[in-house]
Write a protein that binds this ligand. Structure first.
Ligand SMILES: Cc1ncc(COP(=O)(O)O)c(C=O)c1O
Length: 414
């Protein structure tokens, strides 16, 4: 159970404890783990025998969306007519209000365009604004599809490994400047909060990145899709809020897909402050054939922006509880693991190098003994080896069971 409080006397209760069976719903995360639609799990991942695997990989949640979003979709479905639906001022204003109220970021509603996902928006931006052969900066370890976005579009990854000091990742300012200064560097893909390491970059860090990108004419694609998922005691500093008058050309992508578990409804915002760049982006999007919104998705998002705040507050408390559970389990039973304290996202990045096991042996324990589907660090590029990423947007009992299995698997044949 989680509490969402909005001012005195308005405490609301939401259920995050119930385990929802996602079998038979074409859930990508569970199909991949269990085998599609009740088939046995893929042999390369799990032996046929043993307790059901637990999927802690893909970044969606095990929770139903906020009741306000579900009710809005029900009402829309009951209406029964699903003709074409467009972008509209009320949607753009809802996005602007949410950013102002939750993050203190003032945007002009006219800056808001939409797409059916952050990755399609990034691919489009790559095609339209980044000439083939360019260098694209990524702070690694980085969300694996970013590498694909760069290489599939004929560009080259400029990987900057983030230094980690006392369990907190940061930026190597000198390396960042050198990367920006290379003549062929044209884009920086910022992920804030950062998937997988969970950093919410500070105004100073973002200001430095903005200044260096502006100085060397490097465009910034700021992926802030995890931007509402902020751990207690931290805050999101939206990139565009610090970039200043003379900042770099910027495209920000955000939305409620991670925030309220609406990812399958395929709607995200593409916020482009510069009028010329916005027109170029809109034209490129149209020339790809993108037009209109899914009406059921739009109903859910409108309701989420209007009434979803208390649910989100409760969710964040609940996820913080899961992160504390993982931290305590590691301290008590697995001191050789180092869970990196997340400032944002519901993802937990864990340094497993203290086990002394190589990746193959580690994965054998995690997949075959613990039967946990996790994201393997090597896929996140430089700095990822020896780490795993687990998704803690799940009922407490699932997080507890996962840690119990992990402890037993890593203790087996010590
Ligand atoms: C940082 C980040 N960006 C983008 C995405 C994908 O977003 P979309 O489904 O809107 O393309 C994810 C999904 O895990 C993500 O973690």
């Amino acid at each position: 159970m989680g509490l969402g409080s909005r001012g005195p006397g308005t405490v609301m209760r939401f259920d995050f404890d119930t385990v929802v069976d996602r079998g038979g719903t074409w859930a990508a995360k569970w199909d991949f783990t269990m085998g599609a639609h009740g088939q046995p799990p893929p042999a390369e991942h799990f032996a046929a025998e043993g307790p059901p695997p637990i999927a802690m990989s893909t970044a969606d949640m095990e929770f139903p969306a906020p009741p306000c979003a579900i009710e809005a979709m029900r009402d829309r479905i009951d209406h029964g007519v699903f003709g074409y639906t467009t972008e509209s001022d009320d949607y753009r204003e809802a996005v602007a209000r949410w950013q102002a109220e939750r993050h203190g970021w003032t945007i002009d509603p006219d800056w808001v365009l939409t797409h059916n996902g952050v990755l399609p928006a990034l691919f489009l931006a790559m095609r339209r604004f980044v000439p083939r052969g360019s260098g694209v900066i990524l702070l690694t370890p980085a969300f694996p599809p970013f590498f694909d976005a760069v290489t599939i579009n004929g560009c080259r990854v400029v990987a900057l490994e983030m230094p980690c000091m006392d369990g907190r990742y940061g930026i190597d300012a000198e390396a960042f400047e050198a990367a920006c200064a290379r003549p062929d560097t044209r884009l920086f893909i910022l992920c804030n909060p950062h998937n997988p390491v969970g950093r919410c970059f500070t105004a100073d860090e973002l200001g430095l990145m903005a200044e260096l990108c502006a100085r060397h004419d490097v465009t910034v694609f700021a992926d802030e899709i995890h931007g509402d998922l902020i751990q207690p005691g931290h805050r999101l500093t939206p990139f565009q809020s610090v970039r200043g008058e003379n900042g770099p050309k910027t495209i920000v992508s955000n939305g409620l897909s991670k925030t309220m578990n609406l990812a399958g409804l395929h709607l995200c915002n593409v916020i482009v402050p510069d009028a010329g760049m916005r027109a170029a982006y809109a034209e490129a999007s149209l020339s790809d054939g993108n037009w209109g919104l899914n009406p059921v998705s739009k109903a859910a998002h409108m309701a989420g922006y209007r009434d979803g705040g208390p649910w989100l507050d409760a969710l964040l408390d609940y996820v913080a509880g899961n992160m504390a559970l993982v931290r305590d389990a590691c301290a008590e039973r697995l001191p050789e693991l180092e869970p990196i304290a997340a400032e944002g996202t519901y993802l937990q990045w864990i340094d497993m190098r203290g086990t002394g096991l190589d990746e193959a042996a580690l994965m054998e324990r995690i997949l075959e003994k613990a039967r946990l589907q996790v994201e393997v660090g090597g896929g996140f590029g430089a700095g990822g080896d020896g780490h795993i990423r687990i998704n803690l947007a799940c009922p407490r009992s699932m997080a507890a069971e996962a840690m119990e299995r992990l402890a037993r698997a890593l203790r087996a044949n010590d």
